[in-house]
Write a protein that binds this ligand. Structure first.
Ligand code: GLN
Length: 189
């Protein structure tokens, strides 16, 4: 089977790290900055970064509408941190989410940069021991719809969640060289 073409939304944020993780797993990873590039991909990663900036760039690049349309048609998507915010149904304190996963999130709610933290998490569906999770000004899930599967929690708050082909996490698996969450995502592709 040829390798799946997996896009990484490359408007802002830690794009290179995601491209490297996907390539290490054998995917044909490509950067997506335009509607034409979006058409070429079978799945999309939305990296961590600054969701407000990415939301503005989604509008100015003309990507927002075609991306919403692809997501409605079931495009597999994986959002980390800012990417999770962008994929949410509701962003309590920010730009409208893309509505791909039935979550209401609040930005920067695990504290300012100085209070960023790390944790070892058991993630449902991920074998081989806990995942080391780095949280950087991470979003908190305030509400999850009944169709959302919660795969891991911190302090009773979901930090890894899935709904159909959409996977999100509040931390940065791309920063620690642990490929298991990307692998879990690629199982959907
Ligand atoms: N605080 C950022 C935001 O609101 C997300 C942080 C991150 O991706 N590390 O977009």
């Amino acid at each position: 089977m040829p390798a799946a073409t997996v896009g990484v939304l490359a408007l802002q944020g830690d794009v290179r790290e995601h491209v490297a993780a996907l390539r290490a797993l054998g995917a044909d990873a490509v950067e997506v900055r335009s509607p034409a590039q979006l058409e070429q991909v079978e799945a999309l990663v939305l990296p961590g970064g600054e969701s407000t900036t990415v939301a503005l760039l989604l509008e100015s690049s003309g990507l927002r509408q075609p991306l919403e349309a692809r997501l409605r048609l079931g495009l597999p998507a994986f959002g980390t941190c800012a990417g999770m915010i962008l994929l949410a149904r509701t962003v309590v304190d920010g730009h409208a989410g893309l509505g791909a996963i039935d979550l209401a999130v609040r930005r920067n709610a695990f504290g300012p940069q100085a209070q960023s933290f790390e944790a070892d998490l058991d993630v449902a569906g991920v074998e081989g021991g806990p995942v080391h999770a780095v949280f950087i000004r991470a979003p908190v899930v305030e509400e999850a719809g009944s169709g959302v599967e919660i795969l891991a929690e911190v302090d009773g708050r979901p930090v890894v969640a899935r709904q159909g082909p959409v996977l999100v996490c509040a931390f940065h698996p791309e920063l620690v060289g642990d490929l298991r969450l990307h692998e879990l995502f690629l199982q959907e592709v």
